[in-house]
Design a protein around this ligand. Sequence first.
Ligand SMILES: [Zn+2]
Ligand SMILES: [Zn+2]
Length: 377
Amino acid sequence: VKVRAAVLRDFERARPYASTHPLGIEDIELDEPSYGEVLVRIESAGVCHSDLSTIEGVLKKPLPLVVGHEAAGVIEALGPGVTRLAVGDHVVFSFVPTCGTCPACTGGRPALCEPGNRANGSGFLLREARRFRIDGVPVSHHLGVSGFSTYTVAAQESVVRIPSDVPLEIASIFGCAALTGLGAVFEAARVSPGTTVAVFGAGGVGLMATIAADVIGASATIVVDPVESKRAAALALGASATIDPTNESAVDRIKELTGGRGADFVIEASGVVRAFEEAVAASAPGGVVVAVGLPAGTARAQISPAMLVAGDRTVRGSFMGSSVPQRDIPRYIALWRRGKLPVERMISGSTGLDGLNDAMDKLATGAALRTVVRPHA
Ligand SMILES: [Zn+2]
Ligand SMILES: [Zn+2]
């Protein structure tokens, strides 16, 4: 079939992207789904900071690439061997396909699925295939999703079925921002009620972590972000206080707000090295720091080993919220249904594929929280 998709061909473009167009909106070929694969009509795809990092070349991907990794849609056709999904099913994409049989999957940590992450690294679907083509030449998939397209082909292990009455615009957010931010608090940090939480970075993931801390009953949720509108969003979504780190020391202020102790749990969701260092420095004795923001692979941070030892602190990373997508996406959607996770308040606007480069600019400057792309709009 012919599809319309956002194709990244190089990492060279400077901002504003609305003029330099790193993402070409092109009509390209999409093959039929093969064994174990499904054809999905994409209804909604969130513009995530990792997409921006991909365009900037901070997260290197094999090019050319159909971008987008946070999406929801409707199953349009099934390849052979697909048994657990049906045409017409509504699905959210999981940006790591989970094979179900590797040591990571059987050990309960499917975010670390070995064949899934290997396929993601090489721009393939789980079964080592590429289904997009331009003039007969294969085009890479973005984390098995490629959501900025009217249609995509994905491994059945890359999608999670959801109830059909959930608006797909909202559902798409559960694929990355919600899974990562909620998982950081619920699964990685395991925040307990009545404790204090600090969140560095109030983008999609940080705001979801803020919501999660509120749901779990943190006694204080302190959010650090240099952008005023993001701090305002954090306050609206349950933060008890916010800090502008360009204006005052985030570490000092967090200590002040926690009786001098520091925060029991700190979520680093900005991907900025300095923020990671401050997150560790702002943690209470016995505290847990969870890094979910993803800087470049070459980035290095300075933290005090003595502070970890003497304060019995834990620093850990969390990929995809350390979650189990097939279990957690339906759980989180059920929580959303009960009104506990107001993810729709994070959506700051929607656009067609043609507005995607502009949406990337808005994400880079902090002018937008979450733009959702409606490829058929
Ligand atoms: Zn993402
Ligand atoms: Zn696996």
